[in-house]
Design a protein around this ligand. Sequence first.
Ligand SMILES: NC(=O)C1=CN([C@@H]2O[C@H](COP(=O)(O)OP(=O)(O)OC[C@H]3O[C@@H](n4cnc5c(N)ncnc54)[C@H](O)[C@@H]3O)[C@@H](O)[C@H]2O)C=CC1
Ligand SMILES: O=C(O)[C@H]1O[C@H](OP(=O)(O)OP(=O)(O)OC[C@H]2O[C@@H](n3ccc(=O)[nH]c3=O)[C@H](O)[C@@H]2O)[C@H](O)[C@@H](O)[C@@H]1O
Length: 687
Amino acid sequence: MMASQRPLIDMDGAYELRVCCMGAGYVGGPTMAVIAKFCPRIRVVVVDISAKQIARWNRGDLPIYEPKLEELVAAQRNKNLFFSTEIDRNIKEADLIFVCVNTPTKATGFGAGAAADTKHVEACARMIAESATSDKIVVEKSTVPVHTAEVLNTVFEANSSTSVHFEVLSNPEFLSEGTAVSDLMDPSRILIGGNSTPSGQKAVETLVSIYEHWVARDKIITTNVWSSELSKLVANAFLAQRISSMNSISALCEATGADVSEVARAVGTDPRIGDKFLQVSVGFGGSCFQKDILNLVYLAESCHLPQVAAYWRSVVDMNEYQKNRFSKLIVSKLFHSVTNKKIAILGFAYKKDTGDTRETAAAAIIKALVAERANIHIYDPKVEKEDMIDELQYQGLAQCDIETIHVASSPYEATNKAHAIAILTEWTEFTALPYDRIYQDMLKPAFENNINTTPFSFFLTHPTPLSVLIFFFHRHYEIMFDFLKRPTLEDELFKMKFTAKSLLRNAKKCEKNQVAAKAKLKKAIEQGNMEGAKIYATNAIREKNQFLSYLQLSSRIDAVAARVQTAISMGKLKQNMSGVVKGMDHVMDSMNVEKISSTMDQFEKQFEDLDVRSAYMESAMNSTTAGATPADQVDDLIQMVADQNGLVIAGQLDDAGSVGTELPLQASAAPSKTDELSARLAALRKA
Ligand SMILES: NC(=O)C1=CN([C@@H]2O[C@H](COP(=O)(O)OP(=O)(O)OC[C@H]3O[C@@H](n4cnc5c(N)ncnc54)[C@H](O)[C@@H]3O)[C@@H](O)[C@H]2O)C=CC1
Ligand SMILES: O=C(O)[C@H]1O[C@H](OP(=O)(O)OP(=O)(O)OC[C@H]2O[C@@H](n3ccc(=O)[nH]c3=O)[C@H](O)[C@@H]2O)[C@H](O)[C@@H](O)[C@@H]1O
């Protein structure tokens, strides 16, 4: 008699149905715990070839981390949920067997690197065929290539007695790690593929009746077996394709000044497109996306559809490009060399709320940084060291390189004396770390003091190219690539304040030089050296002019900064400000006085419309830096210094000639006003 035709009451009356699940991993464990919770009259036994895995499920020290799973398992364990290594016995006793084993990408042989390795699924089929003494419904829950059900049927036919009937169903799983329990309790849909034969349809109804304990019937989709098998691959390929699409657009945004999060929002609000899975990241990870797309590619190639294969392969290629782009970015932001630099990696899991590291983008980034001889320190709240090492090995890191990597037991240990931090998993705890404290313990370049004392939270939202701290927030583009995006007004505000301070310090230097030049002038007059006096007088006047230039530009920038600050806090900024802000970044970096001055002009012009314009020094730079020092100013100064010091210079001034015609060698080599100013500003930038 077919399992589906048996009365749903077990011989001892205790259970309606006996379920066995082969594979106690990320899918098998949580899925069976949820079935056990909602179906108290169904007995569920999860079996695995790994005794270690089963022991952990039984001990309560679960082999996987998944929110809410521990409580769920504890509530059902040894009631109607059991974990066992007795595979043969549990197959015999089961009416329905879920196959939940791993189906990784083939590593060797035909289809290596693309086809799914179904050896574990086939091994399960052989075990079932050998052990079964009564009819079984066998459910493919693993993600498998299309037509795997056919393989199972062939194995069953060849290896079992003719009196036992096997009905194979496809029932792919759509849960996501990190939200597995809630996904299982409230699934978007349940997909069941079965044969159209009466026994096939009966089997479908048996499986439907299990899910109906907690899932509405209209959410349960039934199809033929091949549609179900293929739908799973297509669903994952579509999700991954959205991420790759957005990642590709992120590169375009960086090149054009568009903001990818704004683009994602603008595009995703179209209900035909939807806003899910448009978050830009370092690259998607996880055991399934890449594997399932490659599986689809292999299927297309096997069906002689090269264009279809190439289309889907590009989703994986784009993912590789994004990981690579990101690694290069870290190196370039650390002044093009990470050799012997300590880089703290916060987060190793491929996403938050899971300890799973399979295909994590973190491993690819670490591999690239290790190749550049960086000193890597990793901290992850849930990933164990052995799992990190296994994944790094799997992703091709040599043993000798793995030995150079340190695994830290706290974020503080990882970041202490680090040159940079890369946050690669969006763990919630990373958003609440005391970054000011962490920053204090990090290595810093020779910053100006005001940067060192800037609150750390500033760097979190306003990374600047001056900063050696890098905050890459996996899946949180805003923070991740913030410093690559066009600068925000807040960024510019910071830069303006910094530039204003630098100019002020330069002004002070000029003031000092002016005093020194005047002292030399006095000495020259005393010695009757009128040629020298003219040179020193010229220098003193030039220093004074420069002092004024710096001072006035600094106060002009301060005034604009104050207006920007007010406008930001009042939310009064206009769209057209962004054009000015965009060009601002380079100008401030250049420390070119004329350019800064003209950018300030633009800013002020924009502010006229905002009604926050206030009086400030007009044409400050133009009047103070333009033209040469007039000769009469030089003479006046000499006269003034002579008078102040009771010195007589009558007639000597005319005999000395004009400045610039009879200058001593040293003085004639002195830089022009503009050159000197530029040189000072260049020196200031280097300091
Ligand atoms: N991890 C995920 O989030 C999802 C995975 N899937 C698919 O589900 C399948 C399972 O994935 P995971 O649970 O992540 O794998 P996993 O690697 O966590 O667990 C598989 C388990 O099967 C066991 N196993 C292997 N051969 C066995 C055999 N002959 N008899 C008994 N146990 C055996 C292994 O020891 C392991 O504990 C894969 O096909 C995967 O593509 C589908 C949806 C989500
Ligand atoms: O077949 C599977 O194994 C499962 O694969 C994914 O689930 P999962 O890999 O657990 O996690 P996701 O939330 O899909 O994230 C996968 C990767 O994509 C990245 N991601 C996700 C969303 C996004 O917008 N951007 C993005 O980069 C994540 O950071 C992560 O690295 C699917 O979401 C599940 O439906 C499917 O059942």
